[in-house]
Design a protein around this ligand. Sequence first.
Ligand code: FEO
Length: 168
Amino acid sequence: MIGQKLNDAINEQMKWEMYSANLYIAMSAWAESEDLPGIASWFRVQVEEETFHFNKFFNFVAEAGGRVMMGAIEQPKNDYDSVLDSFKHSLAHEREVTRRINGLMDLALSGSEHAAAIFLQWFVTEQVEEESSFGAIVAKLERIGDDGNGLLMLDDELAARVFTPPTA
Ligand code: FEO
């Protein structure tokens, strides 16, 4: 049985996962409007990742005898100055998600909720991957700078991303 405090905190986190999905939809739409279909597609795959995260939390709360409650989700930013701006914004967002996941883990450990702590371990590891994938693209974009050809090559590279449901 999940404790009420942790249940409430995970409900809050589910809001963040849905906000993440909305944020990446907005970034994908912005990239489409800039004629960068590969980057747009990359962000759409990220939307699937975030939906997967949301569902993983939902299933845990339901299985642990808790109650999912959804709150209002803030509107994401729809316009960006550049591709680098959108990825820097994403990286900052993922760092905030990591901070929140760590807070959930602290809460589970302080309440001796061992099943929840084992469940949350997956997200702790997943956030290392999330920050790494956004960070690597930020680094490439910084190297590309104002080189339009470099940006088109990156757009082609990012088009190859497909969603593969992460293993448990
Ligand atoms: Fe659900 Fe991108 O963290």
